[in-house]
Design a protein around this ligand. Structure first.
Ligand code: SF4
Length: 206
């Protein structure tokens, strides 16, 4: 079972395969052969306990990585309590040597938990990377299929807006699958209105 893995100098953490979405481009579909993200090992036979995840971290030189990224083959905020615990445990051990921590998320953490999780990220998470993916709710649902339907789009935008209060670096991402330039421009405008940076990423990018 792969809990932590290296990718381009960062340490990625795979705590859950659960997700409330089923994006057309999801790497869980294994469409990009040869990518680390399509390896069977990223499918968890069960979710690791927080202690197993901590042990996986501590089997490595955690301070040697440029960044720690809670990502996985699923939506990491399902395990927000464990992420908070893990960051605190790592801080106790590594102090200032702890690399910056990022969460790659669909921005539905508040929707999933029915509470505001963002204050808990303050001082623990340096970057939150949120998948924007579409410029309106109906396109979003057609692409990402959130179980909550169209409300998930606004929930994601609200999450990004509020995240800026607690997290120094908030980024939107869109996947470029030959996307029209005007569509990317629209995404940029949405990001600018919320004061969030936009990153256009390729299919297998992190
Ligand atoms: S939100 Fe992420 S993990 Fe969930 S289906 Fe979409 S791409 Fe996959």
């Amino acid at each position: 079972m792969t809990i932590t893995y290296e990718y381009e100098g960062a340490l990625y953490v795979n705590l859950t395969n659960r997700c409330n979405c089923n994006c057309e481009f999801c790497l869980r579909h294994g469409k990009k052969e040869g990518s680390i993200y399509t390896e069977d090992s990223l499918w968890l036979e069960r979710e690791p306990t927080r202690q197993e995840a901590l042990d996986s971290f501590l089997s490595r030189e955690v301070g040697s990585y440029r960044e720690i990224v809670f990502c996985g083959y699923g939506e990491p905020t399902y395990r927000i309590d464990d992420i908070v615990w893990l960051v605190d445990e790592l801080k106790k051990r590594l102090g200032d040597q702890l690399p910056p921590v990022r969460i790659n998320t669909n921005g539905h953490g508040n929707l999933i938990h029915g509470r505001d999780i963002l204050p808990e990220l303050h001082g623990r998470i340096q970057t939150v990377s949120i998948s924007l993916n579409a410029n309106n709710a109906s396109d979003y649902v057609a692409l990402c299929h959130p179980v909550q339907g169209e409300v998930a789009y606004q929930a994601m935008l609200d999450f990004a807006r509020e995240a800026k209060q607690y997290i120094p670096h908030v980024v939107f991402t869109v996947v470029d699958q030959g996307t029209a330039p005007e569509t990317l421009e629209e995404s940029k405008t949405i990001a600018e209105k919320l004061g969030v940076e936009l990153r256009v990423r390729s299919f297998i990018d992190s």
